[in-house]
Design a protein around this ligand. Structure first.
Ligand code: HEC
Length: 163
């Protein structure tokens, strides 16, 4: 009985997190079309197709991922049946239209599930760079920004926009 109640609480909570992420999306994104060089925390890319991370950052992220996420999500990001895949159609569909700020927030508050604070926010941004590389989205010349506000300006677009 207690286990069922606990499971329901956890389930309700994760749905809440996703709702919050989607609600966020309706806020107008400032400067999202701007691609001027970075000053301060502003990212260079406005979407995941704009070269939003660097190869070096993704490499760092791969190391952290291997140590802290791979046991559940798989070294190949394919998931383990319980933990979902972090690449492929379902993952792309889950995040399409949201921002990297939303993805960061999801990982920041809930992953790894047993102790989200065991991985620093900076390392979690590096992991996102690795996930972007594996998607695969193109790398660029500037690192992903390290703040949620700046990450919110980068939109997750599953399919490449036609110019
Ligand atoms: C103990 C196993 C475990 C570990 C370790 C773990 N996860 Fe998860 N992860 C899960 C499970 C289970 C879910 C789905 C249920 C949930 O949301 O809690 C999930 C969901 C996710 C999601 C949401 C996927 C989607 O498309 O909605 C992301 C993103 C994620 N994890 C990233 C990470 C990252 C990054 C790490 C390493 C810092 C990590 N996880 C470590 C088990 C794990």
């Amino acid at each position: 009985m207690f286990r069922i109640a606990a499971a329901l609480i956890v389930l309700g909570w994760s749905v809440g997190v996703m709702d919050a992420a989607r609600a966020d999306q309706t806020a107008p994104a400032t400067n999202s079309s701007q691609t001027a060089p970075t000053t301060g925390a502003k990212p260079v890319a406005s979407t995941t197709w704009g070269g939003a991370y660097t190869e070096a950052q993704a490499k760092l992220g791969q190391d952290v991922y291997t140590k802290t996420c791979a046991e559940c999500h798989g070294q190949d990001l394919a998931g383990d049946g319980f933990a979902p895949a972090l690449k492929g159609p379902e993952f792309m569909g889950n995040w399409n239209g949201l921002t990297l700020g939303d993805l960061f927030e999801r990982i920041r508050v809930s992953m790894p599930p047993t102790n989200p604070n065991s991985v620093t926010p900076k390392e979690k941004v590096e992991i996102i760079a690795y996930l972007l590389k594996q998607a695969p989205f193109p790398a660029g010349k500037a690192d992903l920004p390290a703040t949620q506000d700046a990450l919110k300006l980068i939109k997750f677009e599953a399919t490449k926009p036609v110019k």
